[in-house]
Write a protein that binds this ligand. Structure first.
Ligand code: GSH
Length: 222
């Protein structure tokens, strides 16, 4: 069987048991992770937009799918649901391992996990803290603490420095191959620019080179 033919067979058998639907939102940085992941895998599934501005995520029908009231949510073929962007991506990785986005060898898998956790805690979390405690959009919706916004901004800047150093030696964040760690970082770097106006410093050439490369992949537009 040729590579293309075996790819088609794989896809057909996967399609038979592909999840039913992705509950999505075009502005969600977390849902974007899943959209990029699926684009890298060449997987297409139906999507339904959840209108976050109108509070659809807090409707009883949506809370029954994800009690946290957040997108993304994946509806499975047996009528059950999966939430959390990374968990959803891991599910697809198991359904369709190629191309591997969580690493292949034990060492690669651990490196992707290590960097994914660092990006989640060191970048994704602080960006959201800076945004929620600093943006007028959130004023009056909860008790904003300006000092926390500043702490978040400082953590984002220091993570940019860390990434710039790492990317001096690696083409991608977890090593030589594009991985989930790049997807997580891309979504947070773009969100940091849009939501809190933080971007790489002029001298952070490695981070800029990486950002240009990952943004240029077709999946980045998903
Ligand atoms: N840890 C979750 C975060 C999901 C999340 O924060 N989703 C946001 C959009 S980016 C959301 O649905 N917010 C709606 C709300 O909180 O009301 C994941 O990775 O999926």
């Amino acid at each position: 069987m040729t590579g293309a033919a075996s790819g088609r067979t794989l896809l057909t058998s996967i399609q038979r048991r592909l999840p039913v639907k992705l509950y999505d939102n075009p502005t969600s940085k977390s849902a974007r992770r899943v959209r990029i992941f699926l684009a890298e895998k060449g997987i297409e599934i139906p999507r339904e937009n959840v209108d976050l501005n109108r509070g659809e995520q807090r409707s009883p029908a949506f809370l029954a799918k994800n009690p946290l009231g957040q997108v993304p949510v994946l509806e499975l073929e047996d009528g059950t649901y999966l939430a959390e962007s990374v968990a959803i991506c891991r599910y697809f990785e198991e359904l369709q391992p190629a191309p591997p986005l969580f690493g292949s060898t034990a060492r690669e898998k651990a490196e992707v996990e290590m960097w994914s956790r660092r990006v989640e805690f060191g970048l994704a979390g602080p960006v959201v803290t800076a945004w929620m405690h600093g943006s007028p959009m959130w004023a009056g919706r909860f008790a904003q603490i300006p000092a926390l916004a500043e702490t978040g901004r400082g953590e984002v800047c220091s993570f940019f420095r860390l990434l710039d150093g790492v990317l001096a030696d690696h083409e991608f964040i977890a090593g030589a191959d594009f991985s989930m760690a790049d997807i997580l970082a891309l979504c947070s770097v773009d969100f940091a620019a849009g939501a809190v106006g933080l971007t790489a410093d002029a001298g952070q050439h490695n981070l800029a080179r990486w950002h240009k490369a990952v943004s240029g992949r077709p999946s980045a537009r998903a």
